[in-house]
Design a protein around this ligand. Structure first.
Ligand code: SF4
Length: 364
């Protein structure tokens, strides 16, 4: 059962969402137990590999270059630094590393080559690798798949109707196309939304309907609560009540019984009791680590304490799908061969008495 046939229309989903809360949670918990081990929670670490300076205008995002926020921009991290971070995440219990780059779209350049190398390295560490890099075409998706990428994240964020109030620099259709490209390449899809951006309840249902209408719904669906950041157009949005997040998690769980529902941004504003209700209602994944790209998140230790109290255990890597095989990337191979050749030629030339020109950089 890819989707729950009892809730495949907007009206039935809306009715479900509006059920008395405890009935909704009970129904979600019942569905959750049929398809998942309720004690297991997948821990993912979200790592910002390229931060800020994004040309897009997503109204919630502090990384958009056009907003004046406190985000420290940094260019693409080195492969070595990513490996260090992945090791630390693994030691802390994360089974998945999600690497996020603040790009509008993937470009076929050296930075993308480096991301391919990062994917290979982290997959070889027996961690599930997910990337969120903006729009991508089918060839780029295939290249990532070939490198060992497990999942591609691309959120629809909200309903098609409300989307234009959140983002104007790209269309809903662009998002759907990228998801389709990831699917065609054989990647698992992670796609979800944000609540608390000023949308109506119908928009939350509209988001779920977009996934209902897909041939295959996302394998994981992150549900975020807006973290309103100073300097963004949504800075003054009133925080949502945790009950709304619990409702959204429960409704998503019932509608998509097999998908992983990820309780994502906004956990710092929730009590442990609120989070416990989300786990009961079918959340089976969280983001671990003190930062979610640029916004705060509970620390590893706090989460481990919560797991102990609630009797939860971290899920093993590749429990929901086989580990992808890392294949050699022809572009990377050629690049490395060219670099090696250049080094050898330089060494040979030096032996012949050639002295490389020294370049002095002076600050103006
Ligand atoms: S959400 Fe992504 S695409 Fe949108 S502004 Fe932020 S980094 Fe750019």
């Amino acid at each position: 059962m890819k989707v729950n046939p009892a809730y495949s229309t907007k009206a039935s989903l809306l009715e479900l969402y509006n059920k008395p809360l405890l009935e909704l949670v009970f129904e979600a918990a019942t569905v959750h137990r049929q398809f998942h081990n309720p004690r297991e929670v997948q821990m993912s670490t979200l790592l910002s590999i390229k931060t800020g300076g994004c040309p897009e205008d997503c109204g919630y995002c502090p990384q958009a270059a056009r907003y004046h926020t406190d985000v420290d921009t940094h260019k693409l991290m080195s492969v070595e630094s990513v490996i260090e971070q992945a090791k630390a995440a693994k030691e802390n219990g994360s089974s998945r590393l999600c690497m996020g780059a603040a790009w509008r779209e993937v470009r076929d350049n050296r930075d993308f080559d480096s991301v391919v190398e990062m994917v290979q390295a982290v997959n070889d560490m027996d961690m599930e690798v997910c990337c969120t890099l903006g729009m991508l075409n089918e060839d780029q998706a295939k290249r990532l798949k070939n490198a060992g990428l497990f999942a591609y994240n691309h959120n629809l964020d909200t309903s098609k109707d409300f989307y234009k109030d959140v983002i104007s620099t790209r269309e809903y259709e662009d998002r759907l196309n990228t998801i389709e490209n990831a699917r065609k390449a054989g990647l698992t899809v992670c796609s979800g939304g944000i609540i608390g951006m000023g949308e109506a309840i119908e928009d939350r249902i509209g988001l779920l309907m977009s996934y209902m209408e897909m041939e295959t719904p996302p394998d994981s669906i992150p549900i975020n609560a807006l973290v309103a950041v100073e300097g963004t157009p949504m800075a003054d949005q009133k925080p949502i009540e945790q009950w709304e997040l619990i409702r959204m998690v429960a409704t998503t769980r019932i509608a998509f019984p097999k998908s992983v529902v990820r309780l994502s941004a906004g956990r710092t504003k929730m009590s442990m009791e609120g989070q416990a209700l989300c786990f009961l209602a079918g959340a089976s994944s969280i983001f671990a680590g003190e930062k979610l790209l640029t916004t705060p998140n509970p620390e590893f230790n706090e989460d481990m304490e919560m797991f102990k109290i609630l009797g939860l255990v971290p899920k093993e890597s590749f429990a929901d799908g086989e580990k992808p095989v890392t294949h050699e990337d022809p572009i990377l191979k050629k690049r490395k061969e060219d670099e090696q050749l250049r080094k050898e030629r330089l060494e040979a030339a030096k032996k012949e008495g050639f002295e490389p020109r020294k370049v002095t950089v002076t600050n103006a």
